[in-house]
Design a protein around this ligand. Sequence first.
Ligand SMILES: [Zn+2]
Length: 608
Amino acid sequence: MCTAFNRWGKGLLLVFLALAACSSPEQQTGAPTQDPTTGEVYTRRRVVVNDSLIRGRVLDRNDSVLVDTRLQYLLKLPRRSPLDTLALGELLGWDSTTVRQRIADALPYENTPAGYPVQLSLTAAEVKRVRRDSADWPNLILTERTQRVYTTGAGAPVLGYMGAEAQAFYRQAKRYRRGRFYRLRNGGVETYYNGLLNGRHGYLHPLVDAKGKEHGTWAKDTTFQQGQDLHLTIDVKLQAYAEKLIGNRKGYLVALDPRTGEILCFVSAPVYPAATITAPDQAGVRAKLLESEDMPLINRPAMLANPPGSVFKLVNAAVALQLGAISPSTAFRCDQSLVSCVHDHPQASSLTKGLKYSCNPYFYQVMQNLINRMPDSLAVDTVAVRHANLDLWRRYTRSFGLDSVLGVDVPREAPGFLPTAAYYDKARRTTRWTYRSVYSLSIGQGEINLTGLQMANMAAIIANRGWYYTPHLVRSVGDGGPLARFTEKHRTLIDSVHFAALVPGMVAVMQRGGTADASSLADVGITVAGKTGTVQNDEGDDHAAFVGFAPANNPKIAVAVYIENAGFGATAAAPCAVMVMEKYLRGSIAPKRKRWEKRIQRRAQNGY
Ligand SMILES: [Zn+2]
């Protein structure tokens, strides 16, 4: 009850603040009314409670406020008269480079004509300086307005923005990417939960005496409802840390708590500061983001689906175990006449070894057993068998939440893709296609596409040995819990024993001789289970992928990393994933890995 009172109290406080701050609060004066007993005459007023002032805040999982509605100060520069930038810098306490940079950031495109209205956001301290010297600067106009304010630069694709404040950005976006600009719109939780954040606006009807004192109300006050706060699942410190690891490279990093489906960090890179889209003085920065060939505004983990590469061997192995196509002790030769093997390795005498070395021919044969397998019914037509087995494979892999949207609380989530038998009939122009023409599925290449959210969720499913909660970004709305659908457990069609059979191989990946042994966290007592992937790409360098979780036997964090055109998953993606695991589980990075951490951050900053 106490919190409800505080909430109401905060709402009222904001209303009075608004009355004090705005020069013309929306209010109407009705006919005067006379009190029959005292004879006092009151003025009837109607005060509109402004929505923006009651909008809820956005907080991280440790209750740090990330987005709030606050008063913002804007300095309008004179439109015509030439500006003395040196003197302006002195006034604001900025050096001349800063003045030029801040003005350039505010101009919407490079050759913006002179006279374009430039507004600069100021801090309270800068406002003090301007007010002190206002007599010397008659052409400068200082205005105030309430606006959504971001206390952090991190988490841009998660936080998003309030649509009403993004109009200038929408106009810019339409200009740059005409038909496709909608893909660049990512309102994050600010848009997804807009209705709950907003609350309901209403009216107050005070009776005011000649001295301006209130005496009750003249009509029932419409109960306005304070907007509800959103408590995110994101850990903003971990988010900022992970953003520094991926930086200006193209790709994503998603970390989940597999036990709850809570998303701990959600990086879409290249990264950009959260306030950029709506800040009144960032039009120039937005133009650069819109022009960039790296498409930083695409919300990669949610909207882009990519071939998963070798990490998908985990899913294929689980399905093959469930359908009896292999057993954990099945051995296959590294027969490079089937498909080339990237790694030079000893014999893969079991599934664990197959995973450890990520042997392509091994998994070629796993899938071959699955697709060519004769079912119990005595089917003789091998065409029919292949069709039935491929569709069976798809039914089991779909239970990982693939080939359909997971239902994560972000706008515009993509479903990814898993091919059907009918798809190949059409693509291969014959129903008589053989395993040979679809084998790339076995190594996660070809037609399969997964989003970053699906990749992280796949790691969480294995961590949980077979089930998941839909990944989500909001753990509670107001005083309530998350949306109901996030508390519903989803089970795959695969028994937990078959997931348990994958874990030794994933642990071996991180051990001596495994594909990611350099990223082991054994020295700080963390056993990581992981799988690397190097995804061939027709248009350029290979993409680097990694999924994993830790600790292997009691998983608290599952991570997926994908870095485009970065080469080997083991060297580019795995180190980022284990740094995030170590940071989350231990709070800091071990001294011996500090140099490595710096090197990754430097590469991230350089964007390669
Ligand atoms: Zn091999």
